[in-house]
Design a binder for this molecule. Structure first.
Ligand code: KIV
Ligand code: ZN
Length: 552
């Protein structure tokens, strides 16, 4: 890299808009959405989608609720043309969905595009040509006037062919490609020249799409450009101003959101931001960003996992694990303090009584987009007792007492650390079983019986100690106390029960009750034990032995 990047690169000169209004606005409604997955997204694939993949993705987009879908560039290839024809001839386009087709300002291409649309109910013909200084100089070698003439001629060729689409509801869209690198005054001039041909009205608006074809500046700069156009262009009321951001600097979503504040009405993008280079705008993220502020987007991502599956199958792309909302790890916390806060927040939410979602670290309720609470918490060496306890409870109904969580948390953590990877819930349960429930040495229960009256209980038990069976008995004010007395009489170190909890285990766990007992020895050592049995009394006695065995 250069020591002095200024010797090669220059700052971006923003548009002058000292009285900009967008920073004081807030979004209160969703824009019109247009998916360009099947065109811009498809163009960016190493292996573009075939017709059946495009059909499957089209159906998925319709299911998500997109009413405008750019289906392709029908003049660019036979596949694209055939795709349009299948959609139309097989009646696959719902009446409330408009298909959009992109075309350059070339007569043969416009002709083919129009042919591909014959018989469709609702279409948008999307004309574009590139307008930035670099494109004018390097690619076209043309002056501003000549570039404007290309747009105007393209607009005329389309206009002339509209009678061929009689019976079709046709809307027209123009994009000055590379808009964000184009002088705003010139972008306005060229857009108005196209408007002179198409003559939009407030009743029959034209879409003016303003692409951030390559993201070259901060999102506030794009917002200024959009606000400048919205305030200065002629007949704003006859236009639908549309945004089309890419993500070269990683701020495509921010640019779109600020562009909406700046006055735009419509947004183009793709699922999960697929698109050329660093991608297009991620429509899912923008829609769910609105949703988390209580703004209905009109799009339905209630089974986002299914959308991910179709997307990955059709495009061959993968959704990264930390992709906003959709990534596998988005609703996962490994850090102990995060887990603890999430666990408390989820418990409070599940109890009810709070009007709005306010769970720490979770911007939306994962259940709203088809994700499960259970996957929220995953355990690795960074996790603490909260996550461990949450998983045991959520997956197996094991409700560790708080103090026992403090004991088992670090034990589980050390085991996970030694493994050097994340552990699944059943592995965690196995660790718990090994540490507590399966601790049957040196003391193991063979048989137990207690009875008593008026707070005096007699316990009689058979115990196996280091493989040798012995009968013991003792007396106390309850079955557990009587058992403790029997154990001490049989040679166990003196101890008392300091804490006790039991509960039924969920169905299917293979046992009906679990008991947790904490003991404190005469010399001050404290240990938890756990016992599982179909008989709650036996579960408690096993828990006492588990704690005793853990003294080591
Ligand atoms: O990024 C872009 O500028 C485009 C246009 C064709 C709209 O995709
Ligand atoms: Zn694009």
């Amino acid at each position: 890299m250069l020591k002095n990047p200024a010797s090669k690169y220059r700052p971006f000169h923003p548009v002058s808009l000292p009285d900009r209004r967008w920073p004081d606005r807030v979004l209160t409604a969703a824009p019109t959405w247009c998916s360009v997955d099947l065109r811009d997204g498809n163009q960016a694939l190493a292996v573009p989608m075939n017709v059946s993949q495009k059909l499957e993705l089209f159906d998925a987009l319709v299911k998500c609720g997109f009413k405008e879908i750019e289906v392709g560039f029908p003049s660019a290839s036979n596949t694209e043309f055939a795709f349009n024809r299948r959609l139309i001839e097989e009646g696959r386009i719902p009446d409330d969905v408009t298909i959009q087709c992109l075309v350059q300002a070339r007569e043969d291409l416009i002709e083919k595009t129009v042919q591909s649309l014959v018989g469709a109910k609702k279409v948008i013909i999307h004309l574009y040509n590139s307008t930035s200084p670099a494109q004018r100089r390097v690619v076209f070698g043309k002056s501003k006037e000549e570039i404007k003439a290309i747009a105007v001629q393209g607009a005329r060729w389309i206009q002339e062919r509209l009678p061929r689409l009689a019976g079709t509801d046709v809307r027209l869209q123009y994009s000055p490609e590379s808009f964000s690198m184009t002088e705003v005054e010139y972008a306005k001039e060229i857009a108005e020249a196209v408007m002179d041909v198409w003559r939009p009205t407030p009743e029959r608006k034209m879409i003016l799409n303003l692409p951030d074809t390559v993201e070259v500046a901060m999102p506030n700069v794009y917002a200024d450009q959009i606000e400048w156009i919205c305030r200065n262009i002629r007949d704003r009321g006859s236009l639908i101003v549309s945004l089309h951001t890419h993500n070269d600097r990683g701020t495509g979503i921010a640019a779109t959101e600020l562009g909406l504040l700046a006055g735009a009405d419509r947004v183009e993008g793709t699922l999960f931001g697929n698109g050329e280079r660093t991608g297009n705008l991620d429509l899912v993220a923008v829609a769910l960003n609105l949703y988390m502020h209580g703004i209905g987007s009109g799009l339905d991502f209630s089974d986002l996992g299914k959308v991910v599956d179709v997307y990955e199958r059709c495009t061959g792309m993968t959704v990264p694990p930390r992709q906003p909302y959709a990534g596998e790890l988005v609703f996962t916390a490994f850090s102990g303090s995060h887990q603890d806060a999430i666990k408390k927040g989820l418990t409070e939410w599940e109890k009810g009584g709070r009007p709005n979602w306010d769970v720490p670290y979770l911007t939306i309720d994962p259940a709203d987009i088809g994700r499960r609470y259970q996957e929220v918490i995953r355990v690795n060496s960074q996790s603490g007792k909260g996550g461990v306890a949450y998983l045991l409870e959520a997956e197996f109904g094991i409700e560790l007492p708080k103090d026992m969580q403090r004991e088992f948390g670090p034990i589980a953590n050390d085991l996970v650390d030694a493994l050097g990877r994340e552990v699944k819930a059943d592995e965690l349960k196995a660790m718990f079983w090994r540490e507590y429930v399966d601790r049957v040495s040196p003391w193991e229960l063979v048989h137990f019986h207690a009875d008593g009256v008026d707070g005096r209980f007699q316990a009689r038990a058979s115990l196996r100690r280091l493989g040798v069976e012995a009968k013991v008995d003792g007396e106390g004010n309850g079955p557990i106390a009587a058992f403790v007395a029997a154990l001490v009489a049989a040679g166990a170190p003196g101890f008392e029960v300091a804490n006790y909890r039991e509960h039924a285990l969920s169905a299917g766990s293979g046992a009906s009750a679990i008991s947790y007992i904490q003991i404190k020895t005469a010399d001050g050592r404290v240990r938890w034990g756990a016992g599982v049995d179909t008989n709650i009394e036996l579960a408690s006695m096993k828990a006492v032995l588990s704690a005793l065995n853990r003294l080591g």
